[in-house]
Ligand binder design. Structure first.
Ligand code: WQD
Length: 339
């Protein structure tokens, strides 16, 4: 069965392609290489032994999207990752984010609506909850006004899909709300490739560990948390990738209870920034240099998932720990720096 993965050369996309191929799916990747490298294709092929079909397409070009789907009428499922995802950048360039994340979603859904099989997995984010009033966070937690245009594009994206499912009963869709994806494939053939100075915690930790960064700035030590630093639900990217395959199979096998479903994807465990640093020290045998500085604008205090629906309804749960994820991130960092 042929599956389209947009953004399939990206961090979560590439790990999902590996898991799809491991389950025997034929995978076609669309990526515009704006925030990924063509080398990732070789990484995937090295892991699975199967080179995915790749087409360099910018989903903002509607004619190219239409032409692609005319060539691939046998696609039975789509996993849509392609989007811009830097929170800070989205604040500076809102229109770029609305065009790239929303405009392309509309073109994708218009094209998918012409397929025989219309199964659509959407990459969403726990950022839709903002600072939830209750922890752990369930899927019924209210969606709050987004803190950034990036987060808003995830909220709007979910609404667009929900509204489309209402009027097109052939379309079945699942939105997956990720908590904090970290780590890399255990083979160290693929992983996170941040461009420039990493915004996210774990790549900054590993780049500090390898000596690329002087020290880690911990953004805030005075939060209402056990050790004063922010708490997040760090999920291994391989666990996250496997959840996408399970969600897709749910739709392919008509096990979905509604045409549009939402699942939180997290470990259910919160870890603080300092706990993440101690995890790095444990798995690397090093002592990470860090300094607690002022808070970062827009950060929420704590977020971690209630995994009941994912475990009991989707039938998926995480198997890997924070240390497993941190060890894989460290192994990947050492691999790419020693090239
Ligand atoms: C985690 C914690 C920081 C860097 C964002 C997006 C989310 C998703 C993941 C795309 C926070 C602290 C970080 C540093 C630090 N992105 N930190 N020093 O902000 O929870 O989530 O990335 O889908 O949508 O919102 O992740 O890794 O940036 O930060 O102290 O150099 O680490 O303050 O508490 P975040 P993050």
């Amino acid at each position: 069965m042929k599956i389209l993965v947009t953004g399939g050369l990206g961090f979560i996309g590439s790990h999902t392609v590996v898991e799809l191929q491991n389950k025997g799916f034929e995978v076609v990747i669309i990526d515009n290489l704006s925030n990924s490298s063509i080398d990732v294709l070789d990484g995937i092929t090295t892991i699975t032994g199967v080179k995915p079909h790749f087409e360099k397409i910018d989903l903002k070009e509607k004619a190219d999207v239409v032409q692609f789907f005319e060539k691939h009428k046998d696609i039975v499922g789509v996993i849509h990752f392609a989007a811009s995802k830097a929170v800070g950048e989205s604040v500076k360039e809102p229109l770029m984010y609305y065009e790239n994340n929303i405009g392309t979603l509309v073109y994708m859904l218009q094209a998918v609506s012409k397929l025989e099989k219309q199964n659509f997995i959407f990459s969403s984010s726990c950022t839709v909850y903002g600072q939830a009033d209750e922890l752990p966070i369930t899927e019924n937690a209210p969606v709050k006004p987004a803190e950034s245009p990036y987060g808003n594009t995830k909220q709007i994206g979910e609404e667009i899909i929900r509204d489309t499912c209402k009027v097109n009963d052939k379309l079945k869709s699942i939105a997956l709300r990720y908590f904090n994806p970290i780590g890399a494939h255990p083979s160290a053939e693929i992983g996170e490739l941040p461009i420039g100075v990493p915004q996210n915690l774990v790549p900054y930790i590993t780049q500090t560990g390898i000596g690329m960064r002087e020290q880690l700035s911990v953004f805030g030590g005075d939060y209402e948390t056990p050790d004063g630093t922010c708490v997040r639900d760090y999920i291994h990217v391989v666990d996250l990738a496997k959840a996408h395959v399970i969600a897709l199979e749910r739709l392919l096998e008509d096990k979905n209870l509604e045409n549009y479903e939402v699942f939180n994807l997290g470990t259910g465990k919160g870890s603080s920034v300092l706990e993440a640093i101690h995890s790095f020290d444990r798995v690397s045998g090093k002592k990470l240099k860090y300094q607690i500085v002022g808070r970062r604008e827009g950060d929420i205090t704590a977020a971690y998932a209630d995994t009941t629906r994912a475990n009991d309804v989707l039938g998926w749960k995480t198997e890997l720990s924070l240390d497993d994820a941190m060890a894989s991130a460290w192994k990947w960092e050492q691999k790419i720096r020693n090239k």
